[in-house]
Design a protein around this ligand. Structure first.
Ligand SMILES: Cc1ncc(COP(=O)(O)O)c(C=O)c1O
Length: 383
């Protein structure tokens, strides 16, 4: 049996030990320390924003961003149904509800035309805001997610958002280093969020970051992340805050990982190209690819297969030690969110039925990729 080919595992091969040892040697292990400052500076510089606020994870970054953008209890936020659950849960943490908009079958991301259609046909402008006709509730933000590393078509989305006066909160958790028209994701909207959990392109073990170029938002998010303590040492808290700061140890890991990010992206893009070349010999299968205006970090390479083959092929690959996984169950099918409004979901349901994410770790070599593609070929030959 071939050794396990993992889906997406950390690559710890730079200064991680050195920087973490420094934290331990100096005693700066908690949520204040030079690595936290350094990590914020390095990520925001890399992405191209003026500010970065490190958080305990990506979900916390999303929660604070939604709050700081003014999402209130009873509001609604436009979001994709085809996403990992974290951004949708973060909407709920604010007491708001998602409205699920369908996804584009080419990018697998929020379909910008459907967002436009929904706002113009299914909503009314009233009292300076925009309200859903069906629910009567105020829409207060749009939350696009760059799925599997591929950017959302942000220019038209931002145009629509500004026409309706809505802030855009970019969930860039999966897309650190990806580019939209030569600008990095995380710098394309009002505010953006990253995750550095163990399966992301770089990891802090667990961690997150908000990036923005709006000073007032950055200050508010930082304030909320430290229990909203207005005057340090006097415990003068002026609103409900959160203990959402990243620790120095995690940030040390992040600083070391970020030093290697460009090389990780190069490897992942080369691996995706090799997968694509080898998979082109299997007519039943496509690899989700990038649009001409996009440069993806190919965080997770994802196959598009005939719906009837999705489950049996996954089972076959897992049995061959190739770690694969399905896409996330669509959000509007989950019990907590099945009563939420949905719009334009037909194509999205079809996408979900076709997706299998395949091994995409930085450590993957050509032999692993040939092995995985060989297994896929064998599966179809045996049919
Ligand atoms: C799209 C997306 N958003 C948010 C998150 C949440 O990040 P975290 O696990 O760091 O809370 C993740 C990953 O876990 C994600 O993939």
């Amino acid at each position: 049996m071939h050794d396990l080919v993992p889906l997406s595992i950390p690559n710890i091969s730079g200064n991680e030990w050195k920087y973490i040892k420094d934290c331990l040697d100096t005693g700066w292990v908690s949520s204040v320390g030079s690595y936290v400052d350094q990590f914020e500076k390095n990520v925001s510089q890399y992405v191209g924003t003026d500010y970065g606020i490190a958080t305990v994870n990506g979900t916390a970054a999303l929660h604070l961003s939604l709050l700081a953008c003014g999402v209130q209890p009873g509001d609604e936020v436009l979001a994709p149904a085809f996403t990992f659950i974290a951004p949708v849960n973060a909407i709920r943490y604010c007491g708001a509800s998602p409205i699920f908009i369908g996804s584009d079958p080419k990018t697998l991301c929020l379909d910008v035309n459907l967002v436009n259609e929904f706002l113009s046909r299914e909503c009314v402008k009233q009292d300076g805001g925009i309200y859903s006709k069906q629910t009567g509730k105020k829409i207060s933000a749009i939350l696009p997610v760059h799925i599997f590393g591929h950017p959302v078509d942000m220019a038209p989305l931002n145009e629509i958002a500004s026409e309706y006066g809505l802030p855009v909160i970019e969930d860039a958790s999966e897309s650190l280093g990806s580019e939209y028209r030569e600008k990095k994701t995380g710098s394309l909207s009002t505010v953006a969020c990253f995750s550095f959990n163990g399966n992301k392109i770089i990891t802090c073990g667990g961690g997150g970051m908000v990036t923005t170029s709006q000073e007032s938002l950055a200050n508010h998010i930082r304030h909320l992340s430290t229990q909203a303590n207005r005057i340090p040492f006097e415990y003068e808290h002026d609103e409900v805050g959160y203990n959402y700061r990243l620790t120095n140890i995690q940030a040390a890991l992040g600083v070391a990982q970020l030093e290697q990010l460009d090389s990780f992206i190069e490897i992942k893009r080369n691996n995706a190209a090799l997968y694509r070349r080898l998979l082109s010999e299997i007519p039943q299968v496509d690899l989700a690819w990038e649009e001409p205006w996009a440069k993806s970090n190919f965080w997770l390479c994802t196959l598009l297969v005939p719906p009837a083959d999705r489950k049996p092929l996954m089972e076959y690959l897992l049995a061959q030690n190739a770690q694969v996984r399905p896409a996330w169950k669509l959000m509007h099918t989950l019990p907590m969110y099945q009563d939420c409004q949905v719009y334009g979901m037909e194509q999205t349901e079809a996408i979900f039925e076709r997706c299998i994410s395949i091994p995409s770790s930085v450590q993957l070599n050509a032999e692993d990729i040939e092995y995985v593609v060989g297994c896929i070929k064998t599966y179809f030959e045996q049919l």
